[in-house]
Design a protein around this ligand. Structure first.
Ligand code: IVH
Length: 691
């Protein structure tokens, strides 16, 4: 009995640990996790002879895997935006036509191919030899997994007839058969059981012993590329054919489609084969075939405009709702979380799901329109759970016939469960928020977790778990305390980090070094890290690009406190910044000026790079008005931004250049009044070297 229970706990805890640390998608609450960990420790203490080789006690609380070098990708590794319906696909293609100004009669070829459910990999070849291999990481920097990749039979070590520099990108995956065989072997050896082929592939590639990778049958499909010293082809399909000729496996279902109905028929065909492919896929990826068009469309912040992933419908399961917990987020939002009787959905055990907000539970949307025909969700109900891709599971519906007689309507608390402050729902807001601000422990700790998260400070060895434990012991109360940890708990201090449970001399020193390394921080990351409501990664980037330096941004935040000021007008003129975000920024900078300034003083904040400093329009603020004849407004704007210009919606004293087409009206007049230079579309194209 005890032995079986230890095996079960090892499985759950390792899955939960992976979900938390690697996938940022917890499958257990912290309380559940701690309870299971304690149960495991108690059984191990009682039956020491049964302690497993892969005992969770050995890996829990350990510092994250050290030892992978970092590789900066020569070109960002992108992600894809998603389409869920046929309408989304139609809109995607129509959007491309609009952007390129292609009438409905002009041909527009696309490609379709399965979206492989694995992990992406970038392979860099120079002079025909594999130089290094890196995981995606945050898209800019990945982990160096070269030694492991050299053991993968499907990946060519050398190439004949390739461009001198060639980065090949694709997906590493494990077949169903290999996954099942691996888990059988693991079970026989009392080793870790993987939850699904994707985790098995990731776990096999992202570990430090190449001999382990060699023993695991990892496979690869090439579907994209990064830097190349010479173009591979003129089209996506040509480039894929070239990669195949060079020796890379490419997906046999890849095909070209000329119309939306053809795309949808291909999607249906691939979906019909899904179960018999022998590996996991979670949708179909469509890409524009013509690479010159791809180039013109360019990128949003992290996704190309010329590709989209058409996802398969989410997987579903029924289970019972055992309770509703309230989680308090970093902005004070009270989020109801469903506690479920554990159920497997698409290969992953789910015991929590989001319930969004109180309206959702009551059976209405944010406008008061009934959802689920107005049925409310009650504790005790049988509910339908689904997962769409990697995201947190959700609840779609409930079965009214199976509702227990005792089930009563659920009520959102009107006080914060963490700090007891009143929780208020403002008109127009769909969520109730704790009013405790930084006195609320949940908000404080969530803000710290956000601060160290991957897209923010991303300090190696300081993840959510560590921050929580430092916070609990009063070592870190606010972000700036992170940067004084060494002074307070470093060598020579009465209390030292190296003596804490789970830490040692080396890991403590590594953490201090990692913190020091991150004092040098790009402006965009810092703005995002501050955790201001409505200011996400993209907005952080836009604000940084607009203001350039911390000093400029910081003074704007003071000057703009007056809503009549020029600074305020400038702030809301930034593309993507509306009055709501502006207000949120200004409120935070007013309320937390001292904290923010103290933090900034400890950092070396890197000014935002104008994206292309050698272009004649880099750093210039430009405005388009009137009709453009040679490209659409969207394309003009995207191109200008790609050259490092800021595109504003209205003319002000900050405007450097107005590009006026026929029909220009008040903006041209205002520019003339302000003495702003005005040019026409041809002059603009000549200026940027595109005529
Ligand atoms: S193309 C634009 N093609 O999906 C180029 N991605 O959600 C970037 N993926 O990070 C990706 N199969 O890891 C592309 N056939 C496919 C893919 C694919 C799987 C993954 C890839 C990417 C993620 C985006």
């Amino acid at each position: 009995m005890a032995e079986r229970e230890l095996a079960r706990l090892a499985g759950i805890l390792s899955r939960a640990n992976d979900a938390y640390h690697r996938e940022d998608a917890p499958i257990l609450s912290d309380a559940e996790f701690d309870a299971l960990r304690q149960r495991n420790a108690a059984i191990e203490a009682r039956f020491p002879q049964l302690v497993r080789d892969d005992s969770p006690s050995a890996f829990l609380g350990a510092a994250p895997a050290e030892g992978f070098g970092k590789i900066r990708h020569a070109r960002r590794m992108l992600s894809l935006s998603n389409a869920f319906t046929e309408e989304d696909v139609t809109d995607f293609v129509a959007g491309i036509r609009r952007f390129l100004n292609l009438g409905p009669d002009r041909p527009l070829a696309l490609t379709a191919e399965p979206k492989i459910d694995g992990l992406s990999l970038s392979l860099r070849y120079e002079n025909g030899r594999l130089l290094h291999a890196a995981t995606r990481g945050d898209g800019e920097t990945g982990e160096d997994v070269t030694a492991n990749v050299r053991t993968m039979a499907e990946i060519p070590q050398s190439l004949a007839g390739a461009p001198t520099i060639l980065e090949v990108r694709g997906e590493v995956y494990m077949s169903h058969a290999d996954f099942a065989a691996l888990n059988t072997r693991q079970a026989e050896n009392g080793a870790k059981i993987f939850a699904n082929p994707r985790n098995a592939a990731a776990g096999s590639l992202r570990q430090l012993d190449p001999e382990i990778t060699r023993a695991r049958p990892l496979r690869f499909f090439a579907y994209a590329w990064g830097e190349t010293s010479a173009p591979l082809a003129d089209t996506q399909s040509g480039a894929i054919a070239r990669l195949r000729a060079l020796g890379f496996p490419t997906n046999p279902l890849f095909c070209r489609c000329d119309t939306v109905p053809e795309l949808l028929a291909t999607y249906a065909g691939i979906e019909a084969q899904r179960a018999s492919l022998g590996y996991d896929i979670d949708g179909v990826v469509y890409k524009l075939d013509d690479l010159a068009y791809q180039d013109r469309l360019g990128l949003r912040s992290t996704t190309p405009r010329w590709a989209i992933a058409h996802k398969f419908p989410a997987e579903l399961a029924w289970t019972q709702l055992e309770g509703i917990d309230i989680q308090v987020g970093r902005t004070g939002a009270l989020s109801p979380v469903a506690r479920l009787k554990p159920v497997t959905v698409g290969g992953v055990v789910v015991s929590n799901a989001t319930l969004h907000n109180e309206d959702y539970i009551a059976g209405r949307d944010s406008r008061g329109t009934p959802i689920r025909e107005g049925r409310d969700i009650r504790v005790g109900d049988w509910v339908q759970v689904y997962r769409a891709g990697d995201v947190i599971p959700k609840i779609r519906d409930l079965d009214p016939a199976r509702r227990p007689d005792t089930a009563i309507p659920w009520q959102m608390p009107d006080h914060c469960p963490e700090c007891g402050s009143p929780a208020i729902r403002e008109p127009g807001d769909s969520v109730r928020r704790c009013t405790g601000g930084m006195i609320c422990p949940a908000q404080a700790v969530e803000r710290l977790k956000h601060f160290v998260s991957r897209a923010a400070f991303d300090i190696e060895g300081l993840g959510a778990k560590q921050v929580e434990s430092f916070w609990r012991d009063g070592w870190i109360a606010s972000p700036r305390d992170i940067f004084t940890l060494k002074e307070r708990f470093g060598p020579g201090q009465p209390r030292q980090l190296k003596n804490r449970e789970g830490w040692g001399e080396k890991s403590a020193q590594n953490l201090f070094d990692a913190i020091d390394e991150k004092r040098r921080i790009p402006l965009a990351r810092l703005i995002f890290a501050l955790g201001i409501r409505h200011v996400g990664e993209t907005s952080g980037g836009m604000l940084a690009t607009h203001y350039g330096s911390w000093d400029a941004f910081r003074s704007a935040m003071s000057d703009a406190q007056d809503s009549e000021s020029a600074a305020y007008a400038e702030l809301i003129s930034i593309d993507g910044v509306g009055p709501v975000m502006a207000q949120s920024l200004l409120t935070s900078f007013q309320a937390e000026a001292a904290e923010i300034d103290a933090l900034a003083a400890m950092l070396d904040i890197q000014p935002a790079e104008a994206r292309a400093t050698d272009s004649p329009v880099a750093g210039k603020t430009v405005v388009f008005t009137g009709t453009l004849e040679r490209m659409t407004r969207a394309e003009a704007k995207a191109r200008a931004e790609a050259l490092g210009a800021k595109v504003a919606g209205s003319v002000s004293a900050k405007t450097d250049l107005l590009i006026a087409g026929p029909g220009a009206g008040s903006k041209a007049k205002k520019a003339a009044d302000l003495g702003v230079e005005v040019i026409d579309e041809d002059q603009w194209l000549a200026l940027i070297g595109a005529s």
